[in-house]
Design a protein around this ligand. Structure first.
Ligand code: Z5A
Length: 204
């Protein structure tokens, strides 16, 4: 039985997830909430190994393999980390979750949404975040922010069209699930984004 709350943060590259996740963590801790920080793909020993495979530039990967590996990592993450933590009453804050598969593999790669939904039904089994903060930024702005970071991983090497499709898919999901997915304008300053997030978190 889930007791803690499950919050996810998602968005295109350079939207500021990592930056804002630290802010959210501090904000929740300040309210006396025990929260653990995790990420996808990753979060457990096995899922982090799958992440390495997924992001490595060493070899090409079939899009279906990519989707299946995302869900394999997610399966491990949910059942060995997220659910056991929520059962203790602690909260879980995850940098990305299933929405990313719809956005990147569905929108970006153009995979059939029904197949993603089938995997979601199998692996995630109706378990959804209590709240998803979707940081939205135009792709060119996001890319400029991460430009100085150096070597790109396998997915980061995709082109502008790919990331524009990813962004559109995220926005479409926020329109489909407006109660859960809170669309946040992340194109302004870090403080501006944090203020929007704080106002939303206070409604929880
Ligand atoms: N992926 C997938 O395809 N399918 C799935 O199901 C899942 C994931 C779960 C790894 O994710 C990849 O996996 C990702 C999607 C795919 N591929 N891509 N691309 P990740 O989350 O680990 O990697 P990421 O998307 O590359 O995250 P990121 O680039 O680190 O983005 P971010 O966390 O949103 O950005 P940040 O580090 O907070 O900020 C970037 C820079 O911008 C940094 O210098 C900040 O100081 C700066 N920044 C942040 N906010 C601002 C504002 N407001 N103004 C100016 N500058 C700012």
């Amino acid at each position: 039985m889930q007791k803690g709350k499950f919050i996810t943060v998602d968005g295109v590259e350079g939207a500021g997830k990592s930056t804002q996740i630290n802010f959210i963590c501090q904000h929740l801790k300040g309210k006396g909430i025990n929260v653990i920080l995790t990420r996808e793909p990753g979060g457990t020993e096995i899922s982090e190994k799958i992440r390495e495979l997924l992001l490595s530039t060493d070899s090409k990967m079939h899009s279906d393999t990519e989707l299946l590996l995302m869900f394999a990592a997610r399966n491990e993450h949910i059942y060995s980390k997220i659910l056991p933590t929520l059962e203790t009453g602690d909260w879980v804050l995850s940098d990305r979750f299933t929405d990313a598969s719809y956005a990147y593999q569905g929108g970006g790669r153009g995979l059939d949404i029904n197949r993603i939904a089938q995997l979601e039904k199998w692996v995630v089994q109706g378990f959804t975040p209590d709240m998803t903060l979707l940081l939205d930024v135009p792709v060119d702005i996001g890319m400029q922010r991460v430009e100085s970071r150096g070597a790109k991983d396998r997915i980061e090497q995709e082109n502008l069209d790919f990331f524009n499709r990813v962004r559109e898919a995220y926005i479409a999901r926020s329109e489909q699930y407006p109660q859960r997915i809170k669309l946040i304008n992340a194109s302004e300053s870090v403080d501006n984004t944090s203020n929007q997030i704080q106002a939303i978190l206070n409604t929880l």
